[in-house]
Design a protein around this ligand. Structure first.
Ligand SMILES: Cc1cc2nc3c(=O)[nH]c(=O)nc-3n(C[C@H](O)[C@H](O)[C@H](O)COP(=O)(O)OP(=O)(O)OC[C@H]3O[C@@H](n4cnc5c(N)ncnc54)[C@H](O)[C@@H]3O)c2cc1C
Length: 472
């Protein structure tokens, strides 16, 4: 049966686009964090939506599960197959055409395999901003961004991937093509199918193309790093910027002392330019469509006000684009420094801003008393209430041995605090296989049952990325 199935796949895609040799399959079988690896019957590399529809029909006929895959930079193992060797990977990298840029409608229609950075560049060529931006933008793909509803550094001003999407083209679990590629900002025709597929991590349908919003390209951007002593002052500073700069505020990122110490250990050229690596370093970005002077003056005025109010103790404003980029690189390299340091326990969480200070104080205290010496690598998109509250073992302790014993109780401790503060256990990375059980425990029974009902309705044979997000 397997060889017949593979022969039919080859008939649809041609020989070079169905990988079955172990060496050819290997690059597709591990996740970015090297936490998950799997086996696959084949890796399929379709080029058109019609080919994808045919693959899904063939899989439905043979009850073969499909793992959709973009750039496989996801943090939750969603794009990695299981260990049975019975699933196929459907990688969308060859489906990477920009179908249309509609200048009047300020939209771009593009295929799921487009690399995010290429989309930003294409938009900039036409004098537009495509605002989705994240550390993996050189490898992740727009289909993966939509499937995970990725966040990143511009959410404060432009929203998550969901907020940037107006329409989708999707291949359903039956192998039908749903063409919802409408570039409409209003469309109240019943259930929002687009929103069902966004964030569904390949479990409800395969996203093949999308209509995304474009924005005017800002003419000036000013970036600053400020030193701050407490989260309470950080929230007050955020609120001050929100009040004075309103929509000009496009970035507000937090890095703790411990995060930047780790950064400096692995990337010494990324030392914090602020004196003495303060308890919290905040990266703030303002963007403007008017003039350089306008935004620079505004930034200086708000910083002065923050100094006078005793909220900040030091600030460095980037003098040019290259210095601004170096501030952002420092922020983005924390993830890479953690990867260099070895396995660590990641928690991508959101807390309402009003409870953030309490969450951090309480959780830090419990972590330090129960696990003396642990390093709390806490950083994130603070403007969105999104923390990457990650735990590295005490210096000198083997990460694997530490995680083996402490992983579960540490997750439980942190997620209990998240629940107490009415937060979420996944802010932007999704669920995948990593948080399948956590979702069951924390989503709430009614919500979890509704999710299972949707999964059963849209994928009754359970062939689309089974045992990711929800198990039915
Ligand atoms: C250095 C680094 C920094 C990161 N920073 C951020 C950040 O700031 N914010 C953030 O949100 N994430 C971040 N991520 C996580 C990751 O980049 C995002 O989740 C990204 O959106 C995944 O895109 P991808 O193409 O790599 O998807 P993959 O990893 O290939 O897939 C992710 C999930 O989507 C499914 N999928 C992929 N393509 C499709 C499709 N076309 N149709 C249906 N399902 C599909 C997969 O099955 C899987 O479940 C970061 C990752 C790295 C490595």
């Amino acid at each position: 049966m397997r060889s017949e199935f593979l022969e039919e796949l080859i008939l649809i895609l041609g020989h070079p686009n169905v990988l079955v040799d172990d060496d050819d399959k290997a690059p597709y079988l591990n996740d970015w964090r090297k936490r998950y690896s799997g086996k696959a019957l084949a890796i399929t590399l379709p080029k058109t939506v019609q080919e994808i529809a045919q693959i899904v029909q063939l899989c439905a006929k043979n009850q073969i599960a499909i793992v959709p895959q973009g750039g496989h930079t996801g943090f939750c193992g969603g794009a990695t197959p299981d260990n049975t060797g019975a699933q196929i990977i459907l990688n969308l990298k060859r489906m990477n055409a920009i179908r249309e840029i509609d200048k009047a409608n300020q939209t771009i229609t593009l295929e799921a395999g487009c690399i995010l950075q290429a989309v930003q560049d294409k938009a900039a060529d036409q004098d537009f901003l495509f605002p989705l931006s994240l550390g993996a933008e050189g490898s992740c793909m727009i289909g993966g961004n939509l499937a995970t509803n990725a966040g990143g550094t511009n959410v404060l001003r432009y929203g998550n991937t969901r907020d940037l999407c107006l329409g989708l083209e999707v291949v359903t679990a039956k192998g039908e093509i749903w063409n919802g590629l409408k570039g409409l900002r209003k469309d109240n025709t019943g259930y929002d199918l687009r929103d069902l597929f966004i964030g569904s991590e390949g479990t409800l349908g395969i996203i093949t193309a999308a209509v995304m919003k474009l924005y005017p390209l800002p003419i000036s951007q000013w970036t600053t790093l400020v030193a701050i002593d407490s989260i309470e002052s950080t929230i007050a500073l955020l609120n001050l910027f929100q009040k004075r700069a309103t929509s000009l505020l496009t970035g507000f990122e937090m890095m703790t002392q411990e995060s930047l110490t780790l950064n400096e250990k692995h990337f010494p050229h990324m030392a914090n330019p602020l004196q003495g690596n303060p308890p919290y370093t905040i990266l703030i970005e303002l963007s403007d469509h008017e003039s350089e002077e306008h935004v620079r003056q505004l930034l200086e005025t708000v910083l002065e006000e923050a100094f006078e109010a005793g909220l900040i103790s030091d600030a460095v404003i980037a003098n040019n684009l290259s210095q601004a980029n170096s501030f952002w690189h420092m922020r983005e390299h924390i993830t890479l420094a953690q990867a260099e340091e070895g396995a660590n326990l990641k928690h991508d969480i959101t807390i309402p801003l009003s409870s953030l200070d309490n969450f951090i104080k309480e959780t830090d205290a419990q972590m330090r008393s129960q696990y003396p010496g642990v390093r709390i690598i806490n950083f994130g998109h603070l403007g969105d209430g999104n923390l990457h509250y990650n735990i590295a073992p005490p210096l000198g302790v083997d990460p694997k041995a530490f995680n083996l014993i402490h992983e579960k109780p540490i997750h439980e401790l942190i997620y209990a605090q998240v629940e107490r503060c009415h937060g979420s256990i996944s802010a932007e990375h999704g669920v995948g296989q990593l948080k399948l059980e956590d979702l069951r425990a924390h989503k709430g029974e009614v919500a979890h049952e509704l999710m299972k009902t949707l999964k059963r309705a849209l994928d009754p044979q359970n062939i689309l990325n089974p045992h990711k997000v929800v198990s039915i």
